[in-house]
Design a protein around this ligand. Structure first.
Ligand code: HEM
Length: 419
């Protein structure tokens, strides 16, 4: 039976950030570690076996399991993240249809066009905070694509609000309370827009995100509550704006390993994709995922009582030397087969690289926005490599204690010259 350490680990988790589960694992000398989180017993797991265990609904459920502070900032109440079984299957099918199909190319075109236009403006400015600027570009592109109505003058505030929701989920600091307030306000705004679409007052293109979410019927045959529909529209536009974190990390990588820039500049698609994978693997973003065991279960000899939390250490798994030799070396080539211009992106197993969850996104909770993330990031990484700029003195440190991590300065660029 899982023996419970007496001290709740919620505070150490917040203080140690991404190192919390890896440190516990190192101390225990094994991949499965017992702990306590949010006053519940918890088991931290890692590796392809641990991931398979967690994604099996017989072992772990999401409903009622996700911490309230995370739901109230990052995901939203009633979100697909919090569903199980048939309810999850039906809602998830909507996201898979919207996010994993042919529309990806159109989204990338809209975002890269917004980047190219913005780069002309950046050249006129004394300095640009890259992560903020990228969030605006991504927000512009995804809102147009999703048919969310936002004028250019409202765009910076919306981009800021979307990144605030991401920034505040794992902290007790004021940014957490800001994230809650911003979510309330943006849900109310989008719920009104959904009602407008349903009543016919607002016209949207057939098949757009707003159209599909407004008309979606859940497993009970009912339309979503307007507020829940708003939550799900936010679950498309918010994480797309959050690709700005990976753009910031790409700039960090280009600064530390400038040799990558030349190959990226050529636009060689396989290398750009491999770079996107390596940025997502190497840099810390989503720390772990989890749910609750619906019954007593067992993993690697550890019995987990009913109601205990089970966590998959995403950051730890992405740095597991068994899966990624020399995990702290930044090497996009690890995702390529072959060398030079003839290289192709190698096949990546569904349980291997897990920055956005593991398994099959069509059936489990794995992120349905992963193809979009890779497509956007590889396109923007090439543009970033082609952009001329100077990095003035600034704090580019990425603290593993801060969740979500980011280069402290947000990556300040000066003397920007469009490529
Ligand atoms: C910015 C980079 C991104 C990261 C790091 C990320 C990470 C994740 C993670 C860790 C999960 C949870 C997986 C699980 O619980 O098993 C997830 C789920 C999800 N993501 Fe992403 N994601 C990103 C981008 C996106 C994008 C661009 C979209 C949409 C356009 C998106 C939409 C979703 C949705 C709807 C879910 C819920 C899936 C479910 O519960 O079935 N994400 N993401």
């Amino acid at each position: 039976m899982i023996r419970m350490p007496r001290l709740d680990q919620s505070i150490p988790m917040l203080a140690r950030g991404y190192a919390w589960l890896p440190d516990l694992r190192r101390a225990a000398g094994r991949d499965a570690v017992r702990t306590r989180l949010m006053v519940r017993p918890a088991l931290g797991v890692m590796g392809t076996g641990g991931a398979r265990f967690l994604y099996d609904e017989r072992n772990v459920r999401r409903s009622g399991a996700l911490p309230e502070p995370v739901v109230s900032t990052l995901f939203g109440h009633g979100a697909v993240h919090t569903l199980d079984g048939e309810a999850h299957r039906v809602r998830k099918a909507m996201f898979v249809h919207l996010l994993m199909g042919e529309g990806i190319g159109d989204l990338v075109d809209r975002v890269t066009t917004a980047w190219d236009e913005a780069a002309q403006r950046w050249a006129q400015q004394p300095q640009v905070v890259l992560m903020d600027a990228a969030a605006e570009v991504l927000t512009r592109g995804v809102c147009d694509w999703a048919a969310v109505p936002v004028g250019d003058e409202e765009l910076p505030a919306l981009a800021r609000d979307l990144t605030t929701m991401v920034d505040g989920f794992a902290t007790g600091a004021p940014r957490h309370w800001r994230a809650r307030r911003v979510r309330q306000r943006r849900e109310a705004w989008l719920a009104g827009i959904v009602e407008g679409v349903r009543s016919g007052r607002r016209e949207v293109p057939t098949g757009s995100v707003l159209d599909v979410v407004a008309g979606h019927r859940d497993s009970d045959g009912e339309l979503l509550e307007p507020r829940v529909a708003a939550v799900e529209v936010l679950n498309v536009i918010r994480p797309t704006a959050a690709v700005s974190w990976f753009v910031g990390f790409t700039a960090h990588a280009l600064h530390h390993w400038p040799g990558m820039r030349e190959r990226l500049r050529t636009g060689e698609p396989a290398f750009a994709t491999a770079m996107a994978h390596e940025v997502r693997r190497y840099y810390p973003f989503a720390p772990f995922i989890g749910g609750r065991s619906p019954r007593e279960v067992e993993w690697e000899g550890e019995r987990v009582p009913a109601g205990a939390m089970v966590l998959l250490d995403l950051f730890g798994q992405n740095h597991d030397p068994e899966l990624f030799p020399e995990p702290y070396a930044f090497r996009p080539e690890r995702f390529l087969d072959g060398e030079g211009a003839g290289a192709a992106v190698r096949r990546i197993g569904p349980w291997e690289l897990v920055p956005q969850g593991a398994g099959d996104p069509r059936t489990g909770h794995r992120c349905p926005g992963e193809d979009i993330t890779v497509a956007l990031l590889s396109a923007l990484a090439v543009r970033l490599a082609r952009l001329g700029y100077t990095l003035p003195p600034q704090d580019l440190e990425i603290s593993l204690r801060r969740i979500p991590a980011r280069p402290a300065s947000g990556v300040v660029l000066t003397a920007v010259r469009p490529g």
